[in-house]
Write a protein that binds this ligand. Structure first.
Ligand code: PPS
Length: 333
């Protein structure tokens, strides 16, 4: 696209470089693996929606400007994002973005743009136009969790700017798969059970890796594609579990990674017992407490323990490889 060369990243702030993590050296057993194409997922069980979070159609994508942000929205200019939350679906990406938006130096688009997977042909000018206006020193961000599993996304983001900072919120892949399935079930209650979708052949225990709910969780394989285009130090891996148990701690890491002053601290959060999750004491530009909506923190159906066990065994080598690649043990095993 002609616009590609002309626009640049729009990055105007010098952010501190993140520390480098160790690189991988071991490989788990191999199986046929295919990253997802930029367009809809192709494989058989796509009743289960594929990589996309489907969040865009739900009221969960909060985009209504607050009075304060409306006041400021007339000033500044639209920039391409300098940092993107690229995944993972059901990892806790909405929570992270909502928490980050509290920071005065972060401005983010509310809905998921899906530019690098679905709308790349619209060009960077179209993408930039989706962004909120920013003032000098503010960071523009977006989140689209399907980027992490989109084969074309790493090269496309690197072509926009090789300095783009990438954030991945990861969560135990077994819980993530169940969360993904729960979301689909909420929209299509007639789908087969999680247990039956998990296996190609239940008697042999062969897992159906073409089912997106399973495939998305093979983080090490997806990460390999990103590391062909970005140094691992330009990626930050946020623990979805810690984002719930210690949101301020994870937000501290994220602010450091983005070169931001640590403004978001434990003072910004409270644990809402009814919701069962941490919530913001004050949402961006508001004085009211704010929890995420009903589509976040759904009750999961109970899954056969043996199936859960089999999935744990399946993911284990990939998880270990992922820990090695990122230099971070997420404690799922
Ligand atoms: N503070 C807070 N409040 C509510 N929910 C929280 C929070 N922090 C993390 N989570 C977890 O986020 C999970 C949804 O992840 P995503 O926002 O990445 O989903 S999506 O891909 O955008 O649809 C969602 O998954 P489910 O519990 O399966 O619904 C939550 O567990």
């Amino acid at each position: 696209a002609p616009g590609l060369l002309m626009l640049g990243s729009g990055s105007r702030t010098a952010h501190a470089p993140p520390a480098l993590a160790t690189l991988p050296n071991g490989t788990p057993h191999r199986l046929p693996f295919r990253a997802m194409p930029a367009t809809a997922l192709a494989s058989g069980k796509e009743i289960a929606e594929g990589a996309s979070s489907q969040e865009g159609q739900s009221p969960e994508a909060p985009d209504s400007p607050s009075p304060i942000s409306s006041f400021f929205s007339g000033s500044g200019s639209k920039q391409l994002p300098q940092a993107i939350i690229i995944g993972v679906k059901k990892g806790g990406t909405r929570a992270l973005l909502e928490f980050l938006r509290v920071h005065p130096d972060v401005r983010a688009v509310g809905a998921e743009p899906h530019f690098f997977d679905r709308s790349y042909d619209k060009g960077l000018a179209w993408y930039r136009d989706l962004m909120p206006r920013t003032l000098e020193g503010q960071i523009t961000m977006e989140k689209t969790p399907s980027y992490f599993v989109t084969r074309e996304a790493p090269a496309r983001i690197s072509a926009m700017s090789k300095d783009t900072k990438l954030i991945v919120v990861v969560r135990d892949p077994v819980t993530r798969a169940i969360s993904d399935y729960t979301q689909t079930l909420s929209k299509r209650p007639d789908i087969p059970t999680f247990e039956s979708l998990t296996f190609k052949n239940r008697s042999t225990g062969l897992i159906d890796t073409s089912w997106s709910a399973i495939q998305i969780g093979i983080y090490a394989k997806h990460l390999e594609h990103w590391l062909r285009h970005f140094p691992v130090g330009q990626m930050l891996f946020v623990s979805g579990e810690r984002l719930i148990s210690d949101p301020a701690g994870e937000l501290g890491r994220v602010q450091d990674f983005l070169g931001l002053k640590r403004i978001i601290t434990d003072k910004h959060f409270y644990f809402n017992k009814t919701k069962g999750f941490p919530c913001l004491k004050k949402a961006e530009g508001s004085s009211k407490p704010h929890c995420l909506g009903k589509t976040k923190g759904r009750t999961h159906p109970e899954i056969d323990r043996e199936v859960v066990q089999r999935l744990r065994e399946f993911y284990r080598p990939f998880n270990l490889k992922f820990y090695q690649m990122t230099g971070h043990d997420f404690g799922w095993d």
